[in-house]
Design a protein around this ligand. Structure first.
Ligand SMILES: Nc1ncnc2c1ncn2[C@@H]1O[C@H](COP(=O)(O)OP(=O)(O)OP(=O)(O)O)[C@@H](O)[C@H]1O
Length: 598
């Protein structure tokens, strides 16, 4: 694949002048003692306006919203910290938090963190097996859940003997019957009985704060242990990707920044890129835990006056198909949106989604790239170095990011290699964003590093301006007839076709070519509606679409990139974080090939 094919970058161009200055002026300031809860809640709760300063706005579509202030957040967190301490939770102990976006979730994080314990986010979508694996692996001593997650949690109670107590938020009497352990209790009852005063444990910046399991896109999830200082490491990227998050003095927008993201607060994107940085800046974040739909998302942003957001590519793709906009009115006008910044990450954004944000949502998006282990390291900042559609941007200030080869040497412009982050910034200071290591897995931690470079396992090429262009995960990139294929580019091209909602490209084993390019495609409902109950018509639609999509890709990409085979499916296998699990499809192809050979 030609590395910077079709990208209109003059070969002799320089990095934008502002970018170099941002890097050289930037200095990390990491105090010896630092606690995420101190900076995200306590310091705001001590201010005079704490009883008016909104921390969480709980959005209820159609009904009236509930506003929670920083004062309430801190008071409830203090009560919960006292309760946890009474349950014997100590500095360094893990506490599972299986809650959706709601006020009590923020309370739980603040309480665990200010106690010096380690918060372990767990998704509401986890079934018993997923919960059991993480609770056992982490040896969590307490879990905080709500009625939605309690049944799954209760079903694995017996096999997690180290779990001393389960605290249930907002339970009805019927739910509460599932609280069977001697120390299990309703969250509200426990908090009510505790003092509202708690002295924060003055943790070291280096101490563990969060144990977060990777999404398992490529294999078994690994527990990444994140220290308190990682929040500081995230901030330069957060501020830049949110177009200065209201701190652009000229526009004086700081007093109206309202944040929202549909990203689950139980994964890195939701916790470290949304909830915690918003609270760090003392601004309100909207909490909504209904099902995501493009309509609800747009209405929520309208009703709450959301100015800043993180929308993952899958969500933007769904919005793009449901609300393409009209010639006379953009989606921004239709919903009276006030967006100042859109950050998007988790998967490649691609120029189709990029164009949608710009033309329909009225904001040039900032793609960001990072991972649980070292989040928010690369991206764009439209106020200082404008996004290029399809590029994931450059290392954010304070992060020395490069594309390296197997030996750990930087690759020349246009040559693909591993995206890697150096342990030290350009001034030789340690980069605070790094995780501490994988939980109980030193071997995997060591394998991540080549000298001082930490490899992300993602491939990219750098253009002459220094922007990085995503090529795919090392595990997802494959060879077909001798050509290197990055699935992202082909998938991006497929979703530009009006009939396609989502697509995943994987290798199909082929005796002659080694592999051929195969696409799994989800068709937009409008296209299927006409032949829903007619299998003959559906087969004809598939045959016609196969030809159309092949021609569509051939017309835009290199000839060897078009999918030789297309399979139409109702949905793609996804992680709970909304990422396509190509691995599952690849394994399916391999199994089918073995079946044929047998
Ligand atoms: N802008 C982006 N473009 C392409 N891919 C991205 C982008 N941002 C993040 N990613 C992908 O998401 C990954 C980080 O996701 P996360 O840390 O949640 O775990 P995971 O890598 O999906 O799970 P696992 O390590 O268990 O397979 C990155 O390594 C990268 O593959």
């Amino acid at each position: 694949m030609a590395a910077s094919q079709g990208r209109d970058t003059p070969r002799n161009a320089q990095r934008p002048a502002g970018y170099a200055a941002l890097h050289s002026q930037f200095r990390w300031e990491v105090p010896q003692h630092f606690n995420m809860a101190q900076v995200c809640s306590r310091r705001w709760a001590e201010l005079q306006d704490a009883t008016k300063r909104v921390a969480i706005r709980a959005y209820s579509s159609g009904a009236s919203d509930t506003f929670y202030t920083y004062s309430q957040l801190q008071e409830q967190a203090n009560r919960l910290s006292n309760a946890l301490a009474k349950l014997g939770v100590q500095r360094g102990d893990r506490v599972g938090i299986v809650l959706p976006q709601r006020f009590e979730t923020a309370v739980a994080y603040m309480a665990v963190l200010q106690l010096g314990a380690v918060a372990m986010p767990l998704s509401m979508l986890f079934g018993p097996e997923a919960l059991e694996f993480r609770l056992q692996d982490s040896e969590a001593v307490v879990a905080i859940c709500d009625a939605g997650s309690l049944p799954a949690l209760a079903s694995v109670r017996q096999t997690c003997p180290q779990l001393r107590a389960v605290l249930g938020v907002g339970l009805q009497d019927a739910d509460a019957a599932l609280l069977t352990g001697p120390q299990d209790a309703r969250f509200e009852t426990v908090l009510h009985a505790q003092s509202a005063v708690f002295a924060l444990v003055n943790t070291l910046a280096e101490e563990p704060a969060v144990l977060i399991y990777t999404s398992g896109t490529t294999g078994n999830p690994k527990g990444a242990l994140i220290p308190h200082r990682a929040l500081i490491g995230n901030l330069s990227g957060f501020v830049a990707s949110q177009n200065w998050f209201g701190f652009d003095g000229k526009k004086n927008r700081s007093s109206k920044a309202v944040f929202w993201s549909p990203a689950d607060w139980a994964w890195t994107g939701g916790l470290m890129d949304a909830l915690l940085p918003t609270l760090y800046f003392g601004r309100p974040i909207v909490a909504y835990h209904g099902r995501f739909s493009p309509q609800t998302a747009l209405e929520l942003m309208r009703d709450c006056g959301v100015t800043h957001t993180f929308l993952f590519p899958t969500a933007l793709k769904a919005m793009m198909k449901a609300y393409p906009g009209t010639k006379s009115q953009s989606v921004r006008q239709q919903f009276k949106l006030q967006l100042d910044a859109i950050m998007s990450a988790g998967e490649a954004v691609g120029d189709a989604v990029f164009g949608y944000c710009e033309q329909q949502l009225g904001v040039r998006p900032n793609e960001m790239f990072g991972q649980t282990e070292m989040n928010y390291i690369v991206g764009n900042c439209n106020l200082h170095y404008p996004s290029k559609p399809g590029s994931m941007g450059m290392g954010y200030p304070g992060h020395r990011v490069a594309v390296i080869d197997e030996a750990g040497n930087e690759c020349p412009v246009g040559v693909p290699g591993d995206v890697a982050l150096h342990r030290f910034d350009v001034h030789g200071q340690p980069d605070p964003i790094f995780f501490l290591g994988y939980w109980k897995n030193q071997k995997a931690t060591d394998a991540k590093f080549t000298g001082d470079w930490c490899r992300t396992g993602d491939l990219a090429v750098r253009d002459a301006d220094g922007y990085l262009w995503y090529q795919g995960r090392s595990d997802d990139v494959f060879k077909a007839a001798g050509y290197r294929i990055g699935p992202g580019e082909i998938e991006n091209c497929l979703v530009k076709h009006p009939a396609v909602i989502n697509a995943a490209v994987v290798p199909k084993p082929d005796p002659e070519r080694g592999a051929l390019v195969k696409a799994y495609v989800v068709i937009a409902p409008d296209f299927i509606a006409a032949c829903a109950d007619d299998t003959g018509a559906r087969a004809r639609l598939h045959a016609q679409l196969t030809l159309d999509l092949q021609a569509h890709v051939k017309g835009q990409l290199a000839p060897y990139e078009y999918p030789k085979e297309i399979e139409f499916v109702d949905s793609l296998p996804m992680t709970t974080t909304g990422k396509v699990q190509r691995r599952v499809l690849r394994l399916q192809e391999e199994a089918r090939a073995r079946g044929l050979a047998a």
